[in-house]
Design a protein around this ligand. Structure first.
Ligand SMILES: [Mg+2]
Length: 258
């Protein structure tokens, strides 16, 4: 790609409203980006199938799914870290007393996923279509999860916590996926990079780009972003409204009068 600007965006709570999954308020900025032929690349904890279900109204030359561990470009899928089979194989090979405390998406029926997440049937099926991360419930104690962390690290597997679910995955995150896309997709001069996100798992990518936008999260999970370029801003509103306002501000600053 030869674009001079590229936008990377988290979905839930950033481009999409946390409750309704609506992005209507972001449409003016999305249309402006489209007129300027600036690509918008989703970077999300969702699976590729979940991204497809959203039917986002713009072309996505790349899609970054499962917290950066899955990168799709023109139908080709690349896995960072470890494959889903490797991850579930690790879980299944654990000593029984540890294994018994884990209920992963791979252990759950679609009905179980619906019950634990509140997703509808189609969404739950899409959420189960995993390639490189495994969300799981842990019924053991804190000490047990630390023990699991040690065993996982021996296999280059890592545990993060997001809400009710823990996530088991290989090495990498949203930022390493961005780096990969910029190296692979943009030959010659590097584009100006913009990223928007509302959660702790966005912090590294926001600190990595030229313009990082923190979208306020009403749920109040605060997080710190390193700001080496002095280019981190906090959007005026939560969700797509803040997304829209922040992008207009940045595009104005870049003097992209489209
Ligand atoms: Mg989010």
């Amino acid at each position: 790609m030869k674009n001079s600007v590229v936008v990377f965006t988290d979905l839930d709570g950033s481009l999409l409203d946390h409750q309704s999954y609506e992005y209507t308020a972001a449409k003016p900025a999305l249309e402006r980006l489209e007129r300027a032929e600036i690509p918008v690349i989703p970077v999300t904890s969702k699976t590729l199938e979940e991204i497809s279900l959203l039917q986002l109204p713009f072309p996505q030359p790349y899609r970054i799914a499962e917290n950066g561990m899955v990168i799709e470009h023109e139908g080709a899928v690349q896995i960072q870290g470890r494959s889903y089979d490797t991850i579930t194989g690790f879980i299944n090979d654990l000593p029984q007393n540890i294994r018994n405390n884990i209920t992963g998406f791979g252990d759950m029926s679609v009905d179980d996923v619906i019950r634990h997440t509140g997703l509808d049937r189609t969404q739950a099926q899409a959420a189960k279509a995993r390639k490189a991360t495994e969300p799981f419930l842990w019924s053991g104690d804190e000490q047990g999860i630390e023990g699991l962390r040690v065993l996982a690290a021996q296999q280059q597997l890592y545990i993060t916590q997001g809400g009710r679910f823990y996530h088991l995955m290989g090495k990498g995150n949203k930022q390493t996926a961005l780096k990969h896309v910029l190296d692979a997709g943009f030959s010659g001069s590097q584009p100006v990079t913009i990223a928007l996100g509302d959660g702790p798992n966005d912090a590294e990518m926001l600190g990595f780009v030229d313009y990082g936008v923190i979208i306020p999260n009403p749920a109040g999970t605060s997080f710190n972003v390193k700001d080496p370029h002095g280019k981190i801003m906090t959007a005026s509103h939560a969700g797509p409204e803040g997304w829209n306002a922040a992008l207009h501000t940045i595009l104005d600053e870049l003097e992209l009068s489209v």
